[in-house]
Design a protein around this ligand. Sequence first.
Ligand code: PMP
Ligand code: GLN
Length: 382
Amino acid sequence: LLAPDGSIASTIFAEMSALAQRTGAINLGQGFPDEDGPAEVLEAARAAIADGVNQYPPGRGLSVLREAVAEHQRRFYGLEVDPETEVLVTAGATEALAATLLALLEPGDEVVTFEPYYDAYGGVIALAGGVHRTVPLRRPGFQPDLDELRSAVTDRTRVILINNPHNPTGAVFDRATLELVVELAERHDAVIVTDEVYEHLTFGVRHIPVATLPGAAERTVTISSAGKTFSTTGWKIGWAISTPELITAVLAVKQFLTYVNGAPFQPAIAAGLALPDAYYADVASTLQGKRDLLAAGLEAAGFEVTRPDGTYFVVADAAPLGYRDGAQLCRDLPGLAGVVGVPISAFCGPGLAAEYSSLVRFAFCKRVPVLERAVAQLSALS
Ligand code: PMP
Ligand code: GLN
């Protein structure tokens, strides 16, 4: 986890946000919205602070939030979840992932993920002493080859870790892929850990939680977060949902990571989860318009673009513009076009990093005038 000179290697997101700050370029690198989320949620946090919800909450999280998470699973997915024993509030999805993998893995156990993968996965698997096996996502749609998935999962596999909708590619996985994940987990007695933080950010396709598939819930840890759905990435309120046994194991780790977190934000996110369906529909349709704006602008600038079905990221290939090295392009892009992106190679091991070296991820969770300005500036590239 350290750089060769012993210094801490900063994440690509921190590096690119620092570059944007230094140069004044438009930051389409790190994925965070540039607007606040719903007023009801912000007001509920202020009210909680004023009401004195400022001390340690219970270890599993405030019951008002655990109940809201359970009700959310019922309302959107028809899943019955016991808020007392099957929900754990965490410091973002990141802590839920870390606590889950630290709880499940013995040194040498294998974890299968798709590749590209969210950078924290590699870090946490390493912290837990696990061995990371990956299945590449292939263009045009960044879907896995199901035979490659079949051969990656073996009796050495302790965890199949999926991320759906998928950061950084924006891919959404279909039922057949998820059914195979469940079948393989059953055959090899693996646990499915599913990171669904972008569950509400899909465009014209339906998100299928893996826990809704037959046989899945009893071996699945579902992880999500309020950050994306309510534009509160800095609050770090996330959760894990699983069987009482698995949640107890995750709690056993969480209690020594952060113990508890975010007391006044917990009732605020409970209020968010109770917002009407129209709120969720609006989040998705607003983002879809922004996706189309940025994707069209990138295409007009000469990139080859994969339009994502989910998340707030779009992958653009700079090869048609003559740029083969996306990491170098990202360093140069503030000077060339006043825009910051993130190279896809940062989400890959060495093999796929070479294959995907000309790909760059741009975030479209920004105000329309900001995206319009970015598109106008990017046109300088062509
Ligand atoms: N998983 C994925 C795929 C993400 O993109 C993010 C957000 N960057 C996280 C987990 C982390 O979520 P949180 O901020 O809630 O820890
Ligand atoms: N999830 C966001 C992204 O992928 C931010 C991640 C981070 O800053 N660690 O850009």
